[in-house]
Ligand binder design. Structure first.
Ligand code: ZN
Length: 179
């Protein structure tokens, strides 16, 4: 660990917790990042499972090939677990930028298309939003030949929800943690 901001007492405390769980101290990698503000069901922030910090907005889901479950932590704990705080901070930064792009996304210039839906060109991709022929409150989203009627396991029931579903297709979080 070559980052001065992270003091050794903090690292020791995290490692003590990992030992308590019989979890490996290294060899972890980030398998997903969740912006808690995107989750409709949640109000407020997440509590880091490792250090107990209650102010986590971006949850770094840490995976280990030899451990039976993932550990969901904040930025610094993620860096300690993967042995690279600079990498976890970079993920955090990219997630913040993505969150800004996401909040602007519904307000972009959606154009009515010939099917009565709406289309938008974003980073060289066309995304389309379409209401179902059978149900005005059910929306579909397509991008590059991929068509979805559900987002995060739920039917898409408003234009706004459809724009967020479209955003996940054209600007996926995977791009950030798979760097
Ligand atoms: Zn933590």
């Amino acid at each position: 660990m070559k980052n001065n901001e992270v003091n050794s007492a903090y690292i020791a405390r995290c490692q003590r917790q990992l030992k308590k769980w019989n979890a490996p101290l290294d060899g972890w990698y980030c398998d997903d990042v969740v912006d808690i503000e995107e989750e409709n069901s949640s109000d407020g922030l997440y509590t880091c499972e490792l250090c107990g910090c209650t102010r986590v907005r971006f949850i770094h889901v840490m995976h280990h090939d030899d451990y039976f479950e993932d550990i969901k932590v904040g930025c610094i704990c993620a860096g300690i677990m993967e042995g690279d705080v600079l990498a976890s901070k970079e993920r955090e930064r990219l997630m913040k930028n993505r969150a800004k792009r996401r909040s602007n996304f519904p307000n972009r210039k959606w154009k009515e298309n010939r099917y009565g839906g709406f289309s938008l060109k974003y980073q060289d991709n066309w995304v389309n939003i379409q209401q179902s022929r059978f149900n005005q409150n059910h929306y579909g989203v397509s991008c590059n030949g991929k068509f979805i009627w559900k987002h995060k396991g739920r039917p898409i029931t408003s234009f706004l929800a459809a724009t967020y579903a479209a955003f996940d297709l054209v600007d996926p979080v995977e791009r950030i943690y798979e760097l």
